[in-house]
Design a protein around this ligand. Structure first.
Ligand SMILES: *Cc1c(COP(=O)(O)O)cnc(C)c1O
Length: 389
């Protein structure tokens, strides 16, 4: 064992396989080639004015510089409870059913440490957000991937989960509107998940990063709207994407009070809470006008149409997503996810993400993010038309 060897758990995380693609991007840029990246999902537009103003006030206020409480400010918990009531018709007790998280990523990771032991299983949507698999592995537990089936509207086939996995499963990670597939929650899925959770005593973790980022009149539900959901699950609501706040690290966990209590207990050992100025800004975001969100969604709708039209023109059969900031499409025949993304980079100097980055079931797909400013996205789409037709 050498001085700097990583732990076995860290070693067990699948290696990052896209270093090669990143090296090619860096080489091109070094050679002076204007590479446009449609890879990362990180909103390019500013945080809304009323949120910035609230932060500016809160940051200057004496008291907010102190260690925050891990339970969160009353203003934050009450703003979330009111928002869930108004927006989803879900009743949340601000005392026991919501606490802040330092982003959804922290929350999902720490839920693994709060609920998983070696020998336990986490069921993880595949393709999915990488922490659904990395978190359990770092906690010393096992992962059973639930392939999202295109024919089922990118729902997992719950009947296909093996008996051993069901017996050992303690957590199930779901996410709709879905990253990376852009799918919305198929009818009846949440109800079936609640039944499964009851039958096998599995805590459901619904990662809600995109309910406010939807198009064509679609209004996304909260998992907690499902009858019985609060008895078996929690929802992680992140302000990162919908409110253009990825850098702020502002999210909350809502739902089952006992599960939240356990997560809190873990967190008191790990971090010292969410900066209270950020909590107050988060409250302002939820209480503020909805017009900025509508304007943002209009921008994404325009960008989505630009991308979908161009892909269809070059012969890619793509569904137009009703939510999220991603377009998910099959790679042309004869390509793997990675070979197609390398081809696009070579031909068009445009970076797109291989679907296999998000898990084995992502193989055969690629993802385009809509978080690039309009002129650059237009330029990227022109290049795809020109070089890939
Ligand atoms: C972006 C994203 C997150 C990250 O949220 P943070 O609050 O910024 O940590 C979590 N889950 C999904 C599905 C995402 O796409």
């Amino acid at each position: 064992m050498a001085l700097t060897d990583p732990s076995k758990r860290l070693e067990a995380i699948p290696p990052y396989m896209f270093a090669e693609l990143e090296r090619k991007v860096a080489d091109k840029r070094d050679a002076g080639i204007d590479v446009i990246s449609l890879g990362i999902g990180d909103p390019d537009m500013p945080t809304y004015d009323h949120v910035v103003a609230a932060m500016q006030g809160a940051v200057a206020e004496n008291g907010n510089q102190k260690y925050p409480s891990n339970r969160g400010r009353a203003e934050f918990r009450e703003a979330f409870a009111a928002f869930y009531g108004r927006r989803f018709g879900v009743e949340i007790d601000p005392e026991t059913e919501v606490i802040p998280a330092i982003g959804a990523k922290e929350c999902i990771y720490n839920l693994c440490f709060a609920f998983l032991d070696p020998g336990d299983v986490a069921l993880a949507s595949d393709p999915g957000y990488p922490v659904y698999t990395g978190g359990p592995v770092l906690a010393g537990a096992d992962v059973e991937v639930l392939p999202l089936v295109p024919e089922l509207g990118f729902a997992p086939d719950l009947d296909a989960i093996g008996p051993d996995a069901l017996r050992r499963a303690r957590l199930l990670f779901l996410n709709y509107p879905n990253n990376p597939t852009g799918a919305i929650a198929p009818d009846g899925l949440f109800e079936r998940v609640v039944e499964l959770a009851r039958e096998h005593e599995i805590l459901i973790v619904h990662d809600n990063a995109y309910s406010e980022t939807t198009y064509d009149g679609y209004v996304a539900p909260s998992f907690l709207q499902t009858p019985g959901a609060k008895e078996v699950g929690v929802e992680v609501f992140s302000l990162s994407k919908g409110y253009n706040m990825t850098g702020w690290r502002c999210a909350a966990i809502l739902g089952n009070a006992d599960a939240i209590q356990t997560y809190w207990r873990l967190k008191t050992n790990v971090d010292s809470g969410l900066f209270e100025a950020v909590q107050l800004a988060g409250a302002a975001a939820l209480e503020g006008p909805s017009e900025p969100l509508a304007e943002m969604n209009a921008i994404y709708t325009r960008r989505r149409d630009l991308v979908v039209d161009a892909l269809r023109e070059i012969g890619v059969e793509v569904a137009s997503p009703k939510g999220t900031i991603y377009v998910w499409a099959p790679v042309p025949d004869g390509h793997t996810s990675t070979s197609f993304c390398e081809h696009v980079l070579e031909q068009a100097a445009v970076v797109i993400s291989p679907g296999s980055m998000y898990g084995p079931s992502g193989e055969g797909f690629f993802r385009i993010s809509l978080t690039t400013p309009d002129e650059r996205l237009t330029e990227a789409v022109e290049r795809l038309r020109e070089h890939l037709s």
